[in-house]
Design a protein around this ligand. Sequence first.
Ligand SMILES: *[C@@H]1O[C@H](CO)[C@@H](O)[C@H](O)[C@H]1NC(C)=O
Ligand SMILES: *[C@@H]1O[C@H](CO)[C@@H](O)[C@H](O)[C@H]1NC(C)=O
Ligand SMILES: *[C@@H]1O[C@H](CO)[C@@H](O)[C@H](O)[C@H]1NC(C)=O
Ligand SMILES: *[C@@H]1O[C@H](CO)[C@@H](O)[C@H](O)[C@H]1NC(C)=O
Length: 399
Amino acid sequence: MSLMVVSMACVGFFLVQRACPHMGGQDKPFLSAWPSAVVPRGGHVTLRCHYRGGFNNFMLYKEDRIHVPIFHGRIFQESFKMSPVTPAHAGTYTCRGSHPHSPTGWSAPSNPVVIMVTGNHRKPSLLAHPGPVVKSGERVILQCWSDIMFEHFFLQTEEISKDPLCLVGQIHDGVSKANFSIGPMTPALAGTYRCYGSIPHSPYEWSASSDPLDIVITGLYEKPSLSAQPGPTVQAGENVTLSCSSRRSFYMYHLSREGEARECRLPAVPKVNGTFQADFPLGPVTHGGTYRCFGSFPEPPYVWSNSSDPLLVSVTGNPSNNWPSPTEPSSKSGNPRHLHVLIGISVVKIPFTILLFFLLHRWCSNKKNAAVMDQEPAGNRTVNREDSDEQDPQEVSYA
Ligand SMILES: *[C@@H]1O[C@H](CO)[C@@H](O)[C@H](O)[C@H]1NC(C)=O
Ligand SMILES: *[C@@H]1O[C@H](CO)[C@@H](O)[C@H](O)[C@H]1NC(C)=O
Ligand SMILES: *[C@@H]1O[C@H](CO)[C@@H](O)[C@H](O)[C@H]1NC(C)=O
Ligand SMILES: *[C@@H]1O[C@H](CO)[C@@H](O)[C@H](O)[C@H]1NC(C)=O
């Protein structure tokens, strides 16, 4: 795997695992950890020592007591299950298989296996730069960071057979972080990633897992087309539906809005004219945006088509909601017509007259807050009369 550059301090960390062939040589057993060498605290892991193509009696060794059987010469048959796993189980293991013809009765030591125990520190955060949707052949930076001063960071895919990647953390401004550069992007690199951190002197005792991050590759199939009903330019509050369609029998469509990390998805529905389409109802729109859609199949997951041509949805009759510039707040608050339109479409629970009175009152006294408020995206806000002193007309209009 041409995954990435591994920092010098991490070299040797996982090489021990990678160096081994799938099976041991004639005189070398093969030690494996199942289901994974990365084990949550309290979970379980089974070590198996394969020797001469089968399971044999074996002895286990742990690095911190090298060449000393950890269980006082106890002989295991086929496998050894550790459960519940504690941080003391973290470390490097080898095994020797039973070999009656050797002078000692035992084979040479197997490949080493490193057992990592997770859940020992708070989870770090994992982010994708510039984003989790990556064009085929491009690179993406997966940044793992924490306010715990981790010495090492580890990045792992869902595919447990792949070794985790390791980087030394850079400490800056009270956070430690590491940038994992992934790419050039191929379908094999797409998938779910998680990261972990470890503190100095305990490299095998990892933090809890970061939240999972899905990395998607695009550009593998031809682009679908994206259109808007009734059209790309609408009145504020008008219902808009975006339709993504293709002649190709995509299974799922994904709609993303520029500047937003999350996308929505809907199954593709076959139409009588032979196209496959999904209709994304945006509902009554209050602000514009640039949208793109992608098609995908159930297998392989995380592999999407080329992006549709971008579609700019713009909203008229409502200047304040078009991602306003924070430098001109007052020009937007002084438009009674737009206020009227907005109140008409809003789900404001306060009677209109009280609201209007309140708005007119706030209007003149609190314009300076408008710049700050305007930067927040429209959401499901409610008008709260208790904290209304902190609000301004712009914000009420989103309610
Ligand atoms: C990590 O990557 C981000 C985004 O590309 C960049 O802004 C940041 O400076 C990088 N940090 C380090 C420590 O390399
Ligand atoms: C995806 O788009 C790129 C750039 O526009 C183009 O070169 C490539 O052929 C497209 N791929 C497919 C499968 O249509
Ligand atoms: C928008 O669509 C919703 C649900 O489809 C409907 O209840 C509502 O009346 C529509 N609004 C307008 C202004 O057409
Ligand atoms: C196919 O039909 C759907 C609705 O049935 C329509 O929205 C779409 O524009 C049509 N596409 C073509 C290429 O005619």
